[in-house]
Design a protein around this ligand. Sequence first.
Ligand code: G6P
Length: 487
Amino acid sequence: MQPFDSSFNRLLIVSYRLPFTVQQTDDGTELRQNSGGLVSAVLSMAEQMGQRQGDSTAKIHWVGFGDASLQSADPATLENDAFVAHPVFIEEAVHNGFYYGFSNDLIWPLFHYFPSYASFKETDFQSYQQANTRFLETLTALIQPGDLVWIHDFQLMLLPDMVRQAIPSATIGYFFHIPFPTYEIVKLLPRTWRQALLKGILGADVVGFHTTDYVQHFLQSVSDVLELPIIGPRIVLPDRSVMVGDFPISVDFFKFNTSAQEADVVNTRQQYQQLLRQNKIIFSVDRLDYTKGIIYRLQGFEWFMAHHPDWQGRVTLVMTVVPSRDKIGQYQELKREIEETVGRINGRFGTIGWRPIIYSYSSLSFTELLALYTACDVALITPIRDGMNLVCKEFVASRHDHKGVLILSEFAGAAQELTDALIINPTDTQEVADAIQQGLEMPESEQQQRMIAMREHLQNNTVFRWSHNFLTAFADVSRYKPELETD
Ligand code: G6P
């Protein structure tokens, strides 16, 4: 990879979540760094930018919501050797309207094609504006000439333009991590809101999405709502242009590939296989979310059990659901429905010595996750909508043995890339059941051939390439910008 334009002095990341949480320990507090894709990508960029030279000014500055764990922490302790965190504290009522309301009870369901779950409340929009303004206040106190500000995701759509108004010469990137839906869906938003949100995003110099479909949907919305000219991938504004592109996020392939072979993972895997009496294993893991298609997945498994009694007693579905957004009614309702469905299926087919589904509502450690990725025969990943879905990429990157079958929904962004998976429609329970049968019975030679093709793709398209490509796009926009101010 060619190094990207490293003329930026510092990288300022802005996202709803900070890269670490603060844990209370016997000796005081401890920072626990998240291991998500964005954190890995940013760490690699820090290295590329030569910023990790040991002095605090070379660290990555990260602006994010100051949750309860950060409220009582001493601000001087909010850094580790890679990141300096700048928490944005938001009063509870505003945060509720911003996060639980506008972000996760309106934009999230609407943009994942669940309009009937969307709740349109003027007070939530006001909270969203106020919360984005709080982020702006923290950010403007930090920005210096030469910084690159990279803003992330649907919680902060107004922020790029707020920064542009406050500091016209700023260099701003914006990445949208969830699907950007067709204009028919965007049109469901009140006119003033959709105008404000699109105008907000256009404050950036470069705007990124995971797939070409999302790019096309965004450009069409901009053209219809804001009536701006679009030339190729550029939206033309009176004084500058905005470059829009697809940048599919990925995983740290080498980390998953290598860690999956370490002794603690191998031991944990062997324990699981013994516990499951060498049965075939189907594995699924998701955050609790109605977009993940968990109920349809269970129905597909049930159909499979009912129509293939020869598999009863010989296969186990290990299904982990990671707690998420549990203050929102839809999520509480979904949890109840999942637990009822699991109970019903286990009751219908289970015996004294065999439970068809082992369900847990909890997080997995990295070791447990890798042990399950490498122990399973089939990974069953069936979202109804998913901007990208990194679980399927992590599974493939972990399979250094070239075994295992990926069943993947056609509605995950990742399905555009992992075409050697068994691609299914998640609402078609019979198709899911057929794919489960095909996966469990697939000859090793075919597993290998599919897995090698997918691994080659991921090896060449890591999360580092994602951030590299996104940042390289700035080299193209700089010449379209007005004269840069230097102070
Ligand atoms: C998705 C979103 C992220 C979000 C994450 C976890 O991946 O794109 O922006 O942070 O879900 O959701 P949470 O509501 O817990 O932040």
